[in-house]
Design a protein around this ligand. Structure first.
Ligand code: NAD
Length: 365
């Protein structure tokens, strides 16, 4: 067995209604003043919460999909204005990542764009982050990654200080996720599990998490998609998403995520849909004895069935599956070159250069 390191510092509070324990989490961490970063769907509830929890000082409620740097800057300004000691991200990965980046830049006097582009080291002593996911997808609550966009530029910024101090995973917050977002985000979680597992840096603890996450997703994603009020399916997907986050938190992701970046940057696909776009094709590409073993352990006959199941999920939700679905002027050379150049591609078990990625995308015309 190879050597490995496994570290996971986030205290996870999981369960239906756990968001009501926010006050207890703030007590435990000794936090006095917090700002919330969230999207529009949660902003009214966040403002209402300020009435009953005096430690909530302000809300930035404008986080968008593929969140912009400007949102993190505004959140950081609020944090400074209110002398906050924590940023609480409530929402999908977009809100969680905004909270992480805001918590870091609130502690520095440098140009936010220079921090973003890595021209200045991010402050290593950020404000505390509490992550409250409301989608079952990104696993951002247990990762040291913040994915932030600036215009069409989308960057995955990785630093240990981004790790939240606590995650509150409450499946009841996910009952309102619309079907298509349920499918996008569920397939993002599937991609995390598979990419942690087939990653060249895979390791045994994360492998176990990956198998369990895939098992839970196969057993619950369709029900959560078709019947959003189904609490058992939502709870199992919430669990799967956090476990899948743990599965990729150490090895990181690989080719499918590398390809998702240009797909989101140039064709504005939501992150989960951008991952789903190539996921079944990467399953076929990366098929080997280890992946066959995972399939057997989750009750599938093999990698072909896994790829077919993923393709069926995409069809069920009407997700885009062909390059022609992205518009009339898709530049396959740009997609191939930028996917191949992305650092995450170097973790794919089958090496893929620009020519190989071009051939890969040709199948998707
Ligand atoms: P998202 O946060 O962009 O949310 C998608 C949409 O769903 C938004 O319109 C949001 O307002 C809405 N929404 C969220 N929760 C809802 C709820 N409970 N009810 C109704 N509507 C709700 O989507 P996401 O897929 O969760 O996050 C994607 C972002 O996370 C991307 O930027 C991606 O790159 C990033 N990401 C980060 C990590 C990480 O480790 N940091 C991992 C994977 C992805």
């Amino acid at each position: 067995m190879n050597e490995f390191v496994y570290a996971q510092p986030v205290k996870i509070w999981f369960g239906e209604g756990k968001f009501e324990a926010l006050g207890a989490v703030l007590d435990e961490l000794g936090l006095q003043r917090c700002v919330i970063a969230c999207g529009r769907h949660f902003a009214p509830a966040a403002r209402a919460l300020m009435e009953t929890e005096p430690r909530l000082a302000a809300v930035y409620g404008e986080v968008e999909q593929n969140p912009q740097l400007s949102g993190a800057i505004e959140t950081a300004k609020l944090a400074r204005a209110f002398d906050a000691d924590a940023v609480i991200g409530v929402g999908g990965g977009s809100s969680l990542d905004t909270a992480k980046f805001a918590a870091a830049i609130a502690r520095g006097d440098g140009d936010p764009l220079a921090y973003y582009r890595g021209e200045l080291p991010l402050p290593s002593d950020p404000l505390a982050v509490i992550a409250v996911p409301t989608t079952a997808g990104t696993g951002s609550e247990v990762t040291q990654v913040a994915v932030i966009s600036h215009g069409d530029e989308k960057r995955s910024i990785n630093q240990p200080a981004f790790m939240p101090k606590a995650a509150i995973v409450d499946p009841l917050l996910m009952l309102s996720v619309p079907p298509r977002t349920t499918m996008n985000t569920g397939l993002d979680a599937m991609a995390h599990a598979l990419e942690g597992y087939w990653n060249i840096n895979h390791q045994p603890i994360c492998d176990i998490m990956a198998v369990e996450a895939v098992r839970l997703i196969l057993g619950n994603l369709e029900t959560a998609f078709r019947d959003g009020e189904n609490r058992e399916a939502r709870a199992n997907m919430a669990l799967a998403s956090t476990i899948a986050g743990l599965a990729f938190s150490q090895p990181r992701t690989a080719g499918c995520h590398a390809a998702s970046y240009p797909l989101s940057e140039h064709y504005h696909l939501p992150h989960g849909e951008a991952c789903a776009f190539t996921l079944d094709h990467f399953v076929r590409l990366n098929a080997d004895a280890r992946l066959e073993e995972l399939c057997r352990r989750v009750g599938l006959s093999g990698t072909a069935e896994l790829a077919d199941r993923i393709a069926a999920y995409k069809q069920m939700a009407g997700l885009r599956t062909r390059l022609a679905d992205l518009g009339d002027h898709v530049d396959i050379d740009v997609l191939a070159r930028e996917s191949a150049a992305h650092v995450l591609m170097s973790f794919n078990p089958v090496p893929m250069d620009a020519a190989a990625m071009r051939a890969f995308f040709e199948q998707l015309r």
